[in-house]
Design a protein around this ligand. Structure first.
Ligand code: SF4
Length: 355
């Protein structure tokens, strides 16, 4: 198997009790079957605690969080009792992997770090430049067996890689509008069963002429508004009351949502594009996924207005925790973005390209 990682990937080390937050509160931890088996047969006091703490949610074995939302194995020093007793190898797959994510595409595995971890977010967002990507051969890992269609995979990969290059240079608003355009056009060909046409579109994408066309499409369309963006977030599942309070007190600009630091914005966009767009090789939702990225940019702009770099970092972590890390929320958003109307490509373009 080939493993692709951003070049900052090896820098991550959990800072444990020095973490300003913790990944062991507010989320249910899903315990994989192998770890569940080990935990159920573990002797001694820890074995008893493990068995008493394992519950079930929709068929998954989970650690049931305490009333304060903390994992039952997170101690007062914000350290993990399982890791202290059994070492890192004793953790279940969820805890062992986090905050790393992995996406498998047959013989290729893409891995990265998640913005929901403060230390990972610091590494990603304070890097001196945008990431490069390394590919390493791991012949000891067998390819992931799945029903991935090779033609569709290469078409989506071509579009995703072109979008990464579009987002890496030039004005941010134009780059996002252009990426939405390419995702829409390539996604349409992929869904119609013409991956070769989608590959051609990505290869021959011309920034200047595409921008003119996108400006034309945006004319006369109501821009996607800050009110819509924040209203959407308020309608999702909310993990923490502090997040709800932040959304409720957000100041909502009536016209153009003002941009933030372009370096910060570009890093967020590239991170989300790397992580999410290639998944369209499975479900064909390239345009909806690109709309999620554009939506995230607009949400962070509204919520991050006037913030210094440190506060923006915390905001990004919280956004990621609340939105990205909740499967129900991601699916709800993608379903919205599959449709046009207030989340049509024109509405995004009208918001992004207005003066
Ligand atoms: S959020 Fe990140 S740094 Fe903090 S405890 Fe979890 S893995 Fe470690």
């Amino acid at each position: 198997m080939k493993i692709v990682t951003p070049d900052y990937y090896p820098q991550f080390h959990c800072i444990a009790s020095a973490c300003p937050d913790t990944c062991c509160a507010g989320w249910e931890v899903v315990v994989d079957p192998e770890a569940e088996k080990r935990y159920r047969s573990l002797e001694g006091a820890l074995g008893g605690r493990l068995r008493a703490s394992m519950g079930e949610d929709e068929g998954d074995c989970i650690f049931t969080p305490g009333e304060d939302g903390r994992c039952p194995f997170l101690n007062q020093q914000n350290l993990c009792d399982i890791q202290a007793a059994l070492g890192e190898e004793g953790l279940c797959r969820t805890c062992h992997l986090y905050p790393r994510f992995l996406n498998d595409f047959g013989g290729t595995r893409e891995m990265g770090l998640s913005l929901s971890c403060p230390e990972a977010a610091r590494i990603i967002l304070t890097a001196p430049s945008l990431p490069g990507y390394r590919t390493e051969d791991h012949p000891e890992l067998p390819p992931d067996l799945n029903d991935l269609d090779a033609g569709r995979y290469f078409a989506v990969k071509g579009a995703r890689d072109r979008i990464l290059s579009i987002l890496s240079a030039g004005g941010i608003d134009e780059a996002v509008a252009l990426s939405l355009r390419l995702a829409r056009k390539a996604g349409k060909q992929i869904r119609k069963g013409h991956p070769e046409k989608a590959e051609g579109l990505a290869a021959s994408f011309d920034r200047e002429s595409a921008l003119e066309k996108e400006k034309g499409r945006a004319e006369g369309t109501s821009p996607l508004s800050a009110e819509t963006v924040i209203g959407e977030l308020l309608g999702l599942l909310i993990l923490r009351d502090s997040w709800r309070a932040r959304l409720e007190k957000a100041a909502l600009p009536e016209a153009k949502i003002p941009p933030l630091d372009p370096e910060y914005e570009r890093k967020v966009l590239v991170q989300l594009a790397f992580r999410y767009l290639l998944k369209a090789a499975y479900d064909g939702r390239l345009h909806a996924r690109m709309k999620f990225i554009a939506f995230s940019l607009l949400a962070l702009r509204v919520l991050g207005r006037g913030m210094d770099h440190e506060s923006l970092l915390t905001l990004t972590v919280n956004y990621s925790r609340e939105v990205e890390h909740c499967e129900e929320n991601m699916e709800a958003l993608l379903r919205r973005f599959d449709k046009g109307g207030k989340y049509g490509g024109r509405a995004f373009a009208a918001q992004l390209l207005q003066k």
